[in-house]
Structure formats: structure tokens, C-alpha cells
Design a protein around this ligand. Structure first.
Ligand code: NAP
Length: 260
């Protein structure tokens, strides 16, 4: 299926590894000119080379922290008129809410709510003028089914989801869509970190915990970043203009409900 994206431009935030990198790779395979961001410039450049090598496409890098105004300015300076924006950032640390101070909450809100909103503000009017835009926010399955030790994530991402739910309906008439992708357990560095915390609590080794968790999923495994990337690329496609303001759970069926 041709997704109708050849020659489009995309900013994929926090894309030197994991789910962001999966999205950047999938978009580049569709002929999208991709700009990727990440804080470590060396890892970012390595990922850009790998994507360019595999797809033959052009990949730009914008090193920086997307949770800061400088990081966002770098992304927008490298790709001022994107047709596609994938919002992403590292997830907040696990813990007990009794230990979190205002600063901890502000860090989570900056990275997982206010940064994506600022990026949307930076690109959405241009998308409206050009009558094409696809914005996908990588949030978490925790928006739908809160994870007890990830309260910072549950809270910040729910805030983004509420905001986006309203905005998506205001811009859809201009062929600009905003949707959220909610990952369940995907095999990335982040998963390793959250599993390490869970393993410690359960008195298991990390390997035991990973095997146990994978078996609990209806698919018997964790998701892979390339699967996530392909779902993201479809949401960005020319054919997805009627998918508006949705929260699409990619979790191998882990959330049990008769319907969404
Ligand atoms: P990951 O493997 O740890 O990769 C995170 C990527 O984001 C890296 O490239 C990292 O590079 C970059 N990054 C992190 N913070 C950044 C920042 N402030 N500015 C710019 N780049 C930044 O994580 P992942 O598993 O792909 O997760 C992506 C998002 O999905 C996270 O918010 C995570 O909480 C959420 N999520 C993941 C899962 C899962 O199972 N994997 C499940 C639910 C939700 P640098 O460190 O060099 O900046």
C-alpha cells in the first residue's frame, strides 16, 4: 500500500532510539524526509546514518532536549515547515508519589505534556495553511489503564490527552489530524528500566521479570519498535484524514475490554 507520503517532511522527536526511532525509520521507508531529535548527538547521528543507509532517504538531525525551548527551536530551525510531527520524549521515572516534589512534577509536565503542546503550537498553523498535517503523540497505555508506580507519567500524559482531544476537533476540517499512540510493553531501553524496578520489587532477576511479563501478554511477547513505527506511518498517511482525536492502544491486547 502506498501511504502517499513521498516527499513529505517530518519532525520525529526523541528518535535516536526506541519507539521514536521506529517511527522515523517507517516514515523514511515511505519516502518522508525526516528530522530526528535526541539529547546525545553521537547516538542521534548514528541513528540518522542507519536510517539513511537502510532507506536511501535524507535524514537530518537536531540535537537537543525537546523539553526545553532551545531543543524545540533546534528542531523547528532544521525543519521549519513539517507536514508530520511525531511528539515523543523520555518517560518520567517510577516511584512513590509521596517522594515527589513540585520540581519532579514540573519535569514530567515539561517533557510529556508541555513540550508536545509547544511543538504543536509551532507547526499547526502552517499545516492548516498548507491543508495537510499529521500529528501523532506517543503517550502510553497508562493513559487508559494507570500504572501505579508511574504516577508522574499517568498524570502528565492524561493532561496532554485532554488538551489534544479538544484541539484535534478544531483543526480536522483543514486536513490536519492529531491522534495519540498508546504503547503497551515494547522492547526498548525504557522497558528495561521499568522492568528493572518491577524485578526488584518482585524479588526476581531482570531476565526472569522480562520473561514473566512477556508471557502475561496475550501475544506472549513484547512489541517491537518497527511494528510501532508502521502503525505510526499509517496514521500519518494520506489515507488517514478521517482518523481524528483517537487514542490507539498498541499493547498486544493486554488491556482487557470487549471494546475500546
Ligand atoms: P527509549 O528506548 O528510552 O528511547 C527514548 C528516546 O528518546 C532516546 O532516543 C532518547 O535519546 C530520547 N529522549 C529522551 N528524552 C528526551 C528529551 N528530553 N529530548 C530529546 N530526546 C529525548 O524509550 P521508548 O521505549 O522508545 O519510549 C518512548 C516513549 O514511550 C517514552 O515516553 C516512554 O515512557 C513511552 N512508553 C514506552 C513504553 C515501552 O514499553 N517502551 C511503554 C509505554 C510508554 P537521548 O537520551 O539521547 O535524549
Amino acid at each position: 500500500m502506498d501511504l502517499g507520503l513521498k516527499g513529505r517532511r517530518a519532525i520525529v522527536c526523541a528518535a535516536s532510539k526506541g519507539l521514536g526511532a521506529g517511527c522515523a525509520m517507517a516514515l523514511a521507508k515511505e519516502g518522508v524526509l525526516v528530522t530526528i531529535t535526541g539529547r546525545d548527538p553521537e547516538i542521534l547521528a548514528r541513528t540518522a546514518r542507519a536510517i539513511a543507509q537502510e532507506t536511501g532517504g535524507r535524514v537530518e538531525i537536531a540535537p537537543g532536549d525537546i523539553a526545553t525551548p532551545e531543543g524545540r527551536a533546534a528542531a523547528l530551525a532544521t525543519c521549519p515547515e513539517p507536514d508530520i510531527l511525531i511528539n515523543n520524549a523520555g518517560g518520567p521515572p517510577p516511584g512513590d508519589f509521596r517522594d515527589w516534589e513540585r520540581e519532579d512534577w514540573l519535569r514530567a509536565l515539561d517533557a510529556n505534556m508541555l513540550a508536545p503542546i509547544a511543538m504543536i503550537k509551532g507547526v499547526v498553523d502552517g499545516m492548516i495553511d498548507r491543508r495537510f498535517g499529521r500529528i501523532v503523540n506517543i503517550t502510553s497505555a497508562s493513559v487508559k489503564s494507570p500504572i501505579p508506580n508511574l504516577g508522574l507519567s499517568n498524570g502528565a500524559r492524561a493532561g496532554l490527552t485532554g488538551f489534544v482531544g479538544g484541539l484535534a476537533r478544531q483543526v480536522a476540517k483543514h486536513n490536519v489530524t492529531i491522534n495519540n499512540l498508546l504503547p503497551g510493553p515494547f522492547q526498548t531501553d525504557r522497558l528495561g528500566k521499568t522492568m528493572a524496578d518491577a524485578a526488584k520489587k518482585a524479588g526476581r532477576t531482570l531476565e526472569e521479570e522480562m520473561a514473566h511479563r512477556a508471557q502475561l501478554n496475550p501475544t506472549g511477547r513484547f512489541g517491537q519498535p518497527d511494528e510501532f513505527g508502521h502503525a505510526c506511518a499509517f496514521l500519518c498517511s494520506a489515507h488517514a484524514g478521517y482518523i481524528v482525536g483517537q487514542n490507539l492502544l498498541l499493547d498486544g491486547g493486554a488491556f482487557t475490554a470487549t471494546m475500546g
